[in-house]
Ligand binder design. Structure first.
Ligand SMILES: CC(C)(COP(=O)(O)OP(=O)(O)OC[C@H]1O[C@@H](n2cnc3c(N)ncnc32)[C@H](O)[C@@H]1OP(=O)(O)O)[C@@H](O)C(=O)NCCC(=O)NCCS
Length: 156
């Protein structure tokens, strides 16, 4: 199984993070990392992380280490909500998204403040919907204009 490590977005990681991209036909599924980092700057309840591969586990990031993706969750009033998940188009389909989601779910489940875990997916993104269902999410709000809301089947 692919191993990852999550790193805080420091000043050094800002540019590598905003340079990550998804394919043109995926752009409507996820906000840009620049937008997400701007949101996180003004909202302390948001937790943005860079996704790196196992080669950097246990050491600091070096210039040649390539960031694989980005994930951001919000923890507010007992609800852990995974707001963003993206893997750079060069690295998709190699297990980084699944490993990052599992790590975020683990962190939220270990946090005593978390009572409920949820996420959402664009209604025209069935492949990611199936991916979330395999991780244990089920639909709890069928759809709004563009999103389907999912909750994790989990109890503290
Ligand atoms: C969805 C996404 C984060 C998955 O990350 P990944 O590293 O490519 O995925 P993994 O290799 O860990 O595979 C896990 C599952 O993700 C799904 N997946 C893989 N590549 C995908 C792609 N290009 N588009 C959509 N889903 C994909 C598949 O269901 C896959 O499982 P499978 O291989 O058994 O079918 C990534 O494809 C991505 O960034 N997509 C564009 C942005 C997006 O849709 N984000 C989700 C917002 S809700």
């Amino acid at each position: 199984m692919t191993k990852i490590t999550l790193r805080h977005i420091t000043r050094e990681l800002f540019h590598p993070c905003i340079k990550l991209s998804v394919a043109d036909d995926q752009k409507k599924f996820v906000a840009s990392n620049l937008y997400s980092l701007a949101q996180a700057k003004t909202n302390p309840l948001l937790h943005p992380f860079a996704i790196y591969g196992e080669e950097v586990i246990g050491r600091s990031i070096e210039a040649e280490d390539e960031m694989r993706g980005f994930v951001m969750y919000q923890l507010m009033e007992g609800v852990g909500f995974i707001m963003r998940l993206m893997v750079d188009q060069r690295f998709q389909g190699q297990g980084y998204g699944e490993a990052a989601m599992k790590e975020v779910l683990h962190r939220l489940q270990m946090n005593p403040e978390t009572e409920f875990i949820a996420t959402s997916v664009h209604k025209e993104n069935p492949r990611t919907l199936e991916f979330y269902k395999r991780l244990g999410f089920t639909i709890f709000i069928k759809e709004t204009d563009i999103e389907i809301y999912l909750k994790l089947d989990w109890e503290r």
